[in-house]
Design a protein around this ligand. Structure first.
Ligand SMILES: Cc1cc2nc3c(=O)[nH]c(=O)nc-3n(C[C@H](O)[C@H](O)[C@H](O)COP(=O)(O)OP(=O)(O)OC[C@H]3O[C@@H](n4cnc5c(N)ncnc54)[C@H](O)[C@@H]3O)c2cc1C
Length: 448
C-alpha cells in the first residue's frame, strides 16, 4: 500500500519505521528542513552534541521509547540523578523571613542551592525526595504528612474515573487541603496552563505523579542523534523522506487521497497538530467532525536558550518558579544535567513559558525576549553573562486537558476510511512526550 505519513516528529518517524518494516511503500512529509518536530535539535559549530530547541529529558518509567530504541538498534540512552527545586518569594511567605520560621532549619535548606548571587527576597528549595519534602519549611508537619500520603496514593493507584470528574484544583484542595494547594500547586498550574489552570482535570496530576522519577534520561549526542539515526534507518527501509515540504491541501480521489493536488496515496496518517490537520482536510471530513476540534484549546511554548560562561543555577537542573513576582515558568539548567564539555565548556540554560495565542510574548523577537527575561533572571543570579542565545516557539505544544478536551479529542480512527490521526492530543492523560509519540506511532502502524 502507498502510505503518506504527515509530519516528521517522533510519531511520524516511528509510524514510518514500523510500516516500512511491514513492507508498505511509505512517504514521510515534513515542512521543516530537519526532522524532529518539537524535539528537534541544533548544534553550534564548536559543540560536540546537539541541543534540543526545547528542554528534553526522559523518565526511567518510559518504556516505549526505550523499546523503540532497541528495535531500531540504538543503545545510546543513559540516566542520571538530577535536582529539581522550587523558587519562592519571601513577601508571599513571611514565614521565610530569617528569625521567624527559620529556627532549626539547616543552612543548606534555608539558602537552597543558590547561595551567593540571589536577591535576598527569594529562596530556592530542593523538592524531589521525601527528605526534601520533610525539610520544606512552608508547610506544617500535619500538612506534609497528609500531602505525602496523597502523593503516595496517586503514585500507586491505577487510573480512577474520579480523576475525570474533578479538576486538579478541586481534587488537591479536597485531599491535601487549601493551604497545600496554594503553596505547592497553584502557581505551577497558573504558569503551565495560564487562564485555563482552574479547569485542568485531576487526571493530569495523577499521570504526572505516577510517572515521576528521580533519574532522568538523555540521549548521547542529544535527541537529534536518535532522530537522525531513525531517519537513516527508515530511508534504508525504502521510506521516501520529503523534507521542506508543507502539506497544505488534502483531497480525496476515488481510490484514495491526493496531497497538494499532486501525489496520490491509499492511506494517510496525520501526526500534525489537530489545528493544522483540520485546516488542510476541509474537503474530506464532514463539517461536524472538524467542528468538535475547534473546542480544543492549546498553549504555545516559548523557550529561550541562553549559553553563558557561568551557570544561572548552581546545582539545580529544573527550577519551578513558584513566585507570581517572576513571570517565568521554569528554568532548566541543562548543564547541571549534561556535562558542559559537550557545549564548548559553556553553560546552557533554558527559560520556558507557555502562552496563549494572543500573548505579546509570541510577537517578541529574541532580543526583546531576553530584555523581558533578564531583570527577572538577575534576581536569581546577578552575575551571568550571555554568550549566545536562541529563541524557539513550539506551536500548539500544550493541549489543555479540560472537560472539552475529554469530549472532543481526536482518535486514531476518523470518519474517512484509511485516514488516521496520531498526534500529541492523544497522549492523554499523560503530558505529551517523545515516549508517547513513539507509542502512538507504533500503535497507529498496527491498524494498517
Ligand atoms: C517545551 C517543551 C518541552 C518538552 N519536554 C519534553 C521532555 O522533556 N521529554 C519528552 O519526551 N518530550 C518533551 N516534549 C514533548 C515532545 O517534544 C513531543 O511530545 C514530541 O516531540 C511530539 O512528537 P510528534 O511527532 O507527535 O509531534 P511534532 O514533534 O509536533 O511533529 C509534527 C511535525 O509535523 C510537522 N508539520 C506541521 N505542519 C506541517 C505541514 N503542513 N506539512 C508538513 N509537516 C508539517 C512539524 O514541523 C513537526 O515536525 C516537550 C515539548 C515542548 C514543547
Amino acid at each position: 500500500m502507498e502510505i503518506a505519513v504527515l509530519g516528521g516528529g517522533f510519531t511520524g518517524l516511528t509510524a514510518a519505521y514500523y510500516l516500512a518494516k511491514k513492507g508498505h511503500a511509505v512517504t514521510l512529509f515534513e515542512k521543516e528542513k530537519v526532522l524532529g518536530g518539537l524535539a528537534v535539535g541544533f548544534k553550534q559549530p564548536n559543540w560536540d552534541w546537539y541541543l534540543e530547541r526545547a528542554y528534553h529529558h526522559l523518565l526511567d518509567s518510559e518504556d516505549d521509547i526505550l523499546n523503540f530504541a532497541k528495535d531500531v538498534g540504538f543503545d545510546e540512552i543513559f540516566f542520571r540523578e538530577t535536582i529539581t527545586s522550587s523558587l519562592y518569594d519571601v513577601s508571599s511567605h513571611p514565614e521565610l523571613v530569617s528569625g521567624s520560621g527559620f529556627n532549626g532549619i539547616p543552612d543548606q535548606v534555608r539558602d537552597g542551592f543558590q547561595k551567593v548571587k540571589m536577591e535576598a527576597d527569594y529562596r530556592i528549595f530542593p523538592l524531589d525526595s521525601p527528605q526534601d519534602f520533610l525539610r520544606f519549611p512552608l508547610l506544617s508537619w500535619p500538612e506534609k504528612i497528609r500531602a505525602g500520603m496523597v502523593l503516595a496514593f496517586l503514585k500507586t493507584s491505577p487510573f480512577l474515573s474520579l480523576y475525570e470528574k474533578l479538576t486538579a484544583e478541586e481534587f488537591l484542595k479536597k485531599t491535601q487541603g487549601k493551604h497545600v494547594w496554594e503553596v505547592l500547586w497553584q502557581e505551577l498550574f497558573r504558569k503551565k496552563f495560564g487562564k485555563y489552570a482552574e479547569n485542568i482535570l485531576a487526571s493530569f496530576i495523577w499521570a504526572r505523579i505516577t510517572k515521576r522519577a528521580k533519574k532522568l534520561g538523555y540521549i548521547k549526542g542529544g535527541f537529534q542523534t536518535l532522530i537522525n539515526y531513525v531517519e537513516n534507518r527508515v530511508k534504508g527501509l525504502g521510506v521516501r523522506v520529503k523534507k521542506d515540504f508543507t502539506v497544505d491541501h488534502l483531497g480525496k480521489s476515488r481510490e484514495g487521497f491526493v496531497i497538494n493536488n499532486k501525489e496520490k496515496f491509499d492511506v494517510v496518517i496525520s501526526t500534525l497538530p489537530t489545528v493544522i490537520m483540520s485546516k488542510i482536510t476541509q474537503t474530506i471530513f464532514p463539517t461536524d467532525y472538524l467542528q468538535r476540534f475547534s473546542k480544543l484549546k492549546y498553549l504555545h511554548a516559548v523557550v529561550l536558550i541562553l549559553e553563558t560562561k557561568q551557570p544561572i543555577l548552581e546545582k539545580t537542573y529544573w527550577l519551578n518558579i513558584c513566585s507570581a513576582k517572576i513571570p517565568i515558568m521554569i528554568i532548566a539548567q541543562h548543564t547541571n544535567f549534561i556535562d558542559k564539555k559537550y557545549y564548548a565548556g559553556n553553560h546552557i540554560a533554558y527559560v520556558g513559558w507557555y502562552v496563549d495565542r494572543d500573548d505579546p510574548m509570541l510577537k517578541m523577537n529574541k532580543k526583546e525576549t531576553i530584555e523581558f527575561a533578564s531583570p527577572h533572571l538577575k534576581k536569581i543570579n546577578s552575575e551571568f553573562l550571555i554568550l549566545n542565545s536562541e529563541l524557539f516557539i513550539g506551536p500548539f505544544a500544550q493541549p489543555i486537558y479540560d472537560r472539552d478536551f475529554l469530549k472532543n479529542k481526536p482518535d486514531f480512527i476518523t470518519p474517512v476510511k484509511n485516514f488516521y490521526i496520531a498526534n500529541l492530543d492523544m497522549t492523554y492523560p499523560y503530558d505529551r512526550g517523545t515516549n508517547y509519540a513513539v507509542k502512538l506511532g507504533k500503535e497507529v502502524s498496527k491498524l494498517i
